[in-house]
Design a protein around this ligand. Sequence first.
Ligand SMILES: Nc1ncnc2c1ncn2[C@@H]1O[C@H](COP(=O)(O)OP(=O)(O)OP(=O)(O)O)[C@@H](O)[C@H]1O
Ligand code: SF4
Ligand SMILES: [Mg+2]
Length: 327
Amino acid sequence: MSAKPIVEIKDIKKYFPLRSLGKKNAKFVKAVDGVSLEVYEGETLGLVGESGSGKTTLAKMVLGLLPPTENTVLIEGRDIWAGKHKKANGREVSAVFQDPASSLNPRATIYKSLERPLLINGYSKEEAREKIMDTVEKVNLRKELLDRFPNELSGGQQQRVSIARAISLMPKILVLDEPTSALDVSVQAQTLNELLRLQKELNMTYIFITHNLSVVRYMSDRICVMYGGKVMEIGKTDDVYFHCQHPYTIGLLSSVPPLHPKQRDRKKHLLSGDMPSLIDVGEGCRFCSRCKYAKEQCQTTEPPLKEMGAGHFVACHFAGEIDFDAE
Ligand SMILES: Nc1ncnc2c1ncn2[C@@H]1O[C@H](COP(=O)(O)OP(=O)(O)OP(=O)(O)O)[C@@H](O)[C@H]1O
Ligand code: SF4
Ligand SMILES: [Mg+2]
């Protein structure tokens, strides 16, 4: 991992309009509401947070699939959303999504599914064949599967095809959005290890999205915790995992068994309630309605991200002051 940012996200926002209300009364779902972060070359940044916290929306703006409402993403210093077409080119960033079956065309053979993006990107039929053979070898997919249709493959094999397709254009950045959660437990670990091997071999940078906090710890160099379209805490994996300072992070971690007995008793921090609506968001801290440490200030003033240690940022007014071990 280098200290060079390959992705720079600058105060990015994505607001989805609620169509049912008409233009005059327009209201918005503030899915991502001012996220700034950097992803460094060769690292894996894990993105965690409950359902609806804005992880996929953020990833899609990095992938060039969803234009931001405000601000932008730089990849290697280049603004991918600059220019009137507002369309990023997909060669630098690729993605693997959760459900391999739905991301493959059921009527195309595996070979055709792998060939298509190469042809679109200017490869000849012959060059595409060579590339496909090379890529399926990299992901350990048996060549005889190339003539089959997706429904003739196991979930693990389908996900290998998705990974092969994602890496065939040699992207520098791979977004992995819950890549193993639809797989059998027995193939999950194998797929994760293969992703780690490929990352080293091909020198890729990963943005790894998951609900599984044990998986994110295994895979990531740094962890970014999102809630309600905002970053709550970001830092090196061990800092976030073992020395978290945000009440939301400790709540999330409470669902994971502690790794050693000395670790904080996290059970008492289990999250209750649901994430509030992202439509009429108040002025204060997004986590306010569920936070047992909330004070008056939290209702009215949004906490900025403060650096609490080298590269460890926390968005809480009382970061560093809360004693999570006290009752
Ligand atoms: N196309 C859309 N139109 C309107 N609202 C959307 C759209 N896409 C996402 N949202 C809303 O934006 C918020 C963030 O969604 P997003 O899919 O980014 O969350 P997520 O963190 O990826 O959740 P999950 O863990 O369930 O995948 C949610 O409230 C969602 O309903
Ligand atoms: S700012 Fe207040 S409400 Fe938000 S996490 Fe910190 S203590 Fe809780
Ligand atoms: Mg998602």
